[in-house]
Every structure is written in structure tokens, then in C-alpha cells.
Design a binder for this molecule. Sequence first.
Ligand code: HGY
Ligand code: MN
Ligand code: MN
Length: 419
Amino acid sequence: MSGTPGIDAARLGRRLETFARIGATARGGVDRQALTDGDAEARALLAQLGAARGFRVEQDGAANLFLRRRGRDDALPPLLLGSHLDTQPTGGRFDGALGVLGALEVLESLEDAGLPTPRAVELVAWTNEEGSRFLPGAMGSQAFAAGALDPAWLAARDGAGTSLADALARTLQALPHVPRRPLGTPIAAYLELHIEQGPVLEREDVPVGVVTGIQGTRWLDVTLTGAAAHAGTTPLAYRRDPMAAAAAALSSLLGTVMARDEAARLTVGRIRAEPGSVNAIPERVAFTLDLRHPVLAELDAIERAARTAIEAAARDARCQAEMRTVFDMAPVAFPPAMADLVEAAAGEAGLAARRMISGAFHDALFLARRAPAAMIFVPCREGISHNEAEFVEPRFVEAGARALMAATLRWLAAPIERL
Ligand code: HGY
Ligand code: MN
Ligand code: MN
């Protein structure tokens, strides 16, 4: 293809500002949780921007939103670019949005340059990547990769009792004129631009991360049940205190399994005591465990150790323990040829790059089950993410979009479709 279209960094910066205002929080972050009115507002704006450029806008039954720029041979499966627009409750303005708006910038710059492409290039905003309001995470991309939405997910409820089924229906109806497409339509390959959400690229002042793979993630729901009792009159020896059991289990895990392996991750992001009274020993304590490791056997070992430690602490506190694995993503390696393509594209764009794996999961993990996939990382300030202070320097926003454009053109010139 003749001439490499540039990207309009100022336009991309304005777009990021505009989308950051949808769900903006007082501390400069974004609360645009999956399938909320804010999410619907962002989707509507993306649809409007795409339609204004003549891109075909469609959504599937999981509310994944697609913008399609036609190519010469529309019978060929498209090259798909994308990420997500939903955020954490106290999220940042770049996690997900950079990938969606970077992909929009690529489509618009191709259009501005009047550059015909051999096949369609599509943009997607995946539904519910975060998994924070409704389980599972990466819901839209999982449904796309599987070709169906798991009916068991629809009964999931958020903290206010709204079901996923109702929230999904409401979001789909918010774009009544956007035609539906089936779930899991064929794609030739997938590219995702995303912030690193870690400190490595910034520390090394390298603008592009070539993501070779994604570590494994496992979420457990843990419920410890003891006996409610008076906080003042009940001696410690007489208590069946699930909070004491939770504290003992977590300190044992953090002091042993996690201390032994720098690559291991354990996070308790949510904990609830019932009845939740300041002067009553709780009857029940429920908490979430987010476990991660790049090596599947090690992730299995961490889960086993967690289950053993929680059961032992429950037994010592004369409590019952129930544990459910509610989310399970095995580690994935992207095809080396796709990582090579991203590295070469960054070089062509005059951008330094380094290979790395992703500590965060991404929609690309599921797309990799359907087609050759690759990810491009850019640095974020001090590696901060899932935090309202998340920030990406404009030079790195531009670098990411330029790398995505270069990777798009390089793939179109020599498609890697099957491996
Ligand atoms: O949790 C994750 O790894 C992703 O950022 N949602
Ligand atoms: Mn993300
Ligand atoms: Mn995230």
C-alpha cells in the first residue's frame, strides 16, 4: 500500500479527554462500569463517531460494539483492532479507552489518507472486560471467542441486585438503530493497544512493549462462617470468629507462598463481614481472592496452598469454609510471528521496543483462541492503574497509536492468518 498515513495525535488526545468526561470522578479518574448508563453513553458516542466517518456500526448479542471500514475484498475476514470502554469503579482514563480510541484513530487516519486496504479493518469495544461489576471479566471477548454467551452468566447480579441479563438488555436497547451481528464472526487477526499497567516501560523509558503473552489469573469467592457473639463479653478462646480465620489464612499465605516467589500475586480486593456491626463478632466473612502467575503449574500450586491455608485457619477457629473458583484464565503465549510483527512495526515507526509479558489479563487472551493476536503496550506513569491517578504522557499516547498503525499496515501487507 502506498504511503504510510500518519495519525492525528491532537485528535486522539481530544478523544481521550472527551471519553474521560463520561463517568469522570472528582479525583480525575473514571467510573464507567460495564453496562451502566455511562458505558452506554460512551458506546453511543463511539457509534456516532464511527457513523460520521461512514464506518458500518454493529453490535452482537454480548453488546460488543464494532465499527467496520470496508476493504477491497469484503469477503475476506477482517483485521480486528480493539479493547474495552468499561472501567474499574475508581479507574483511570486510559485503561481500555486508549486501545479503543487508538484503533479509531487508525481507522480515521486510513480514511483521511483515502487509503484502500486489501480487506476490511474493524474496531471493537468489548463488553465488560473488567469483570468488577459482573463476573466474569473479559465477558464480551469470551463470548465472541466461544461464539455464544454462557447462559449461567446472565443470572450474575451486581452489588445493587441488578442482573447481568437486565443490564445487557438495557445496553443493547440504548442503541436501537445499530444492527445486530451474530456472536463470533470470523476474523483474520487481532491487535490490541493497551497501557502496561506496570512500571517496566517507564523505568526503561521505552515507548513500546511487545507483549509476548499474558499471565494466568484465577478468582476465588471465599466464605468463612462462624458464630456471631458479643464483642465485649466473649473471651477470645470461646469465639468462632471468621474474621480471625481470614486474617490468619491471609497472613500465613503472604508470609509463605507469596514471599517465596516474586512472580506470584495474591490480592484481596473485596471483603464483607456480616452482620457488619462494630460490637458483634461477625457470623460470616466473605472475601475475593485474585491469584496470578505466569506459569500454570505455579498458579495451580498457589490455589492449592490458598485452599489449604484457608481450610486450616477455619478449622483452628472452629469455622466453616466454602471456596468457589469463579474465574479462571490460563496463561497464554501470543504467536511469536505476531510479536515479531509488532516489534518490526515499532522499528519501522522509529520507536524503541522491548518484549514483556502482561501482568494484567486482556481481551486479547481470548481472541488468541480464534486468530493470531498481538498486543502493544505503552508506559503509564509509575505503572499506576486501576487507580484514578492513572496517566499516560501524550508522547506515549502518540507512540502507541503510531505503533498500532504501523502494525496494522504491516499485517495487511503480509497477513499472518494461520499458524
Ligand atoms: O484485572 C485485570 O488484569 C484486567 O486489568 N482487568
Ligand atoms: Mn484493560
Ligand atoms: Mn483494567
